[in-house]
Design a binder for this molecule. Structure first.
Ligand SMILES: N[C@@H](CCC(=O)N[C@@H](CS)C(=O)NCC(=O)O)C(=O)O
Length: 219
């Protein structure tokens, strides 16, 4: 019997869920995964009584109840120390950019919603605020990979990469311009990590009835 459960949303769309799921899988926690189809715009009734904040990802593990992707990442790091870099200087950087991701980049989030079924740029030009976010993310990725790569803090995927993984999905889906060669290499490393392959495969197998017009009809 599993030691708990991780509840996530529609894998095609749920960027926060992808973060939590990656951290849990990287840490090797023995939990059952439950997928709840999202209604969009924060209207998923089933979640309102399920998790303390009415959101996914939501983790129950060995009696601990954990919500919010960043605290799930921290919880997972307690079980698998290498989810954050061992070098304190690199760890400080990793935590800072993970927090920056968690609390920022709103322009990218709202203009480029995660949709793993999408593979074309937006019909309309990106706004200045979106370009500003892209430039900052490009700088973070270029700096991180500059340490040797292929991931942001070295050879293995860790919490910092889990936090940025949905951004990789968005940038690939919308073929975002203005990224360095290092950033492109980073996106390929993330996209082809076995856990990401598994996530994309599961997303492609979700029922068509779970697809939401608000994302699918975005020109
Ligand atoms: N800051 C939270 C955000 C979680 C969040 O907003 N999750 C969305 C799904 S991606 C959600 O559960 N929305 C509620 C709903 O669809 O009703 C985290 O990092 O986990």
């Amino acid at each position: 019997m599993a030691e708990g459960r991780l509840v996530i949303g529609t894998q095609r769309y749920s960027s926060w869920s992808l973060r939590g799921w990656l951290a849990v899988r990287l840490a090797g926690l023995d939990v059952d995964v439950q997928v709840v189809p999202l209604a969009g715009a924060g209207q998923t009734t089933a979640l309102k009584t399920l998790s303390p904040n009415g959101c996914v990802p939501y983790l129950e593990h060995r009696g601990a109840v954990v919500w919010d992707s960043l605290s799930i990442a921290e919880y997972c790091a307690e079980h698998h120390a290498f989810l954050w870099p061992t070098d304190p200087v690199v760890r400080a950087w990793a935590r800072s950019v993970a927090a920056e991701m968690h609390s920022g980049f709103r322009a990218v989030r709202s203009a480029l919603p995660m949709n793993l079924g999408r593979n074309r740029p937006l019909a309309t030009p990106l706004g200045e605020d979106v370009h500003k976010d892209i430039a900052r993310i490009n700088a973070i990725w270029t700096e991180g990979v500059g340490r040797g790569g292929p991931f942001l803090c070295g050879q293995g995927m860790g919490n910092v990469d889990a936090m940025f993984a949905p951004v990789v999905c968005r940038f690939l889906s919308y073929n975002v311009p203005g990224l360095s060669a290092a950033a492109h290499a980073y996106m390929q490393a993330v996209r082809h990590h076995p856990l990401m392959e598994a996530w994309y495969t599961a997303a492609a197998q979700e029922p068509v009835a779970w697809q939401l017009d608000m994302y699918e009809s975005l020109a």
